[in-house]
Design a binder for this molecule. Structure first.
Ligand code: NDP
Length: 235
């Protein structure tokens, strides 16, 4: 199979880091982004194991100036004619402990900037560097499903992921004419810092499933909401 070039956000830990591991293991070139590359020890280790195939670059997804800086640095990492075949918008934040009566504007805004505005604005900033036919995988959550909304828990997270879902559908329309496929993907309840101690799905299984879903997508699937096993989820 041809070598692809992939960019992953939130790549220093959790699901993002596992994406980097599995993409490198299958021979892809990876641009791994995180807020503090100097502290990303797991990524430094992987860069040593895969010389020339892993670039680690700084990115704060909540800051549009950081998107612009990445867009201007990327051509150096990709080479003159280099384009991205896959963008994984993995970075996300969940502020726990919110309850009705105690929701704050600051937490709502931070969640929105990171989980909803981040993937939309970053995809827009990187669009010129995406190959025609590229795939954009936005890591969403079943908690962003309005149909399945339940008790009043983590409202800022749920609201920001629902907004991200709308952004995914609109991006699918915007990028369709270039043959790109944009999807919202729920990774399962994954054993990461965010998933916590009771999570059921190892990150390795989640990402293996997500990559299978991403590889199997066809243009008609653009703008859909799936889980890590390929099941379609209700918006
Ligand atoms: P983690 O909390 O384990 O990791 C979150 C990652 O996002 C970290 O790399 C973190 O970087 C990064 N991040 C947060 N804010 C920013 C920012 N402003 N700029 C750049 N990076 C940032 O989460 P998971 O790996 O579990 O989750 C990955 C994605 O999957 C998220 O979008 C999440 O919402 C989604 N998801 C996860 C589920 C789960 O059960 N784990 C379930 C459903 C969805 P830093 O180290 O700098 O904080």
């Amino acid at each position: 199979m041809e070598t692809r070039t992939c960019l992953v956000t939130g790549a220093n830990r959790g699901v993002g880091l596992e994406f980097v591991r599995q993409l490198l293991a299958r021979g892809d070139r990876v641009v791994a982004t995180c807020r503090q590359p100097g502290r990303a020890t797991a990524l430094s280790g992987l860069a040593g194991e895969h010389p020339g195939r892993l670039h680690v670059l700084p990115l704060d997804v909540a800051d549009p100036r950081s998107h612009a800086a990445l867009a201007s640095e990327l051509p150096l990492a990709l080479g003159d004619d280099g384009r991205l075949d896959l963008l994984v918008n993995g970075a996300g934040v969940l502020h726990s402990g919110e309850r009705f009566g105690k929701v704050t504007a600051a937490i709502l805004e931070d969640s929105f900037r990171t989980n909803a505005a981040g993937p939309l604005l970053l995809t827009q900033a990187l669009a010129p560097l995406l190959a025609d036919g590229a795939r954009v995988a936005n890591l969403s959550s079943e908690l962003g499903s309005i149909t399945d909304a339940g008790r009043f828990g983590t409202p800022s997270y749920c609201i920001s992921k629902a907004a991200q879902n709308m952004a995914s559908v609109l991006l699918a329309h915007a990028l369709r004419e270039r043959g790109m496929i944009v999807v919202a993907l729920h990774p399962g309840w994954v054993q990461t810092d965010m998933g916590g101690p009771n999570a059921t799905v190892p990150a390795e299984d989640s990402v293996r499933g997500l990559l299978q879903v991403i590889d199997g997508l066809s243009p008609e699937d653009s703008g859909s909401f799936r889980d890590w096993r390929g099941e379609t989820l209700p918006w």
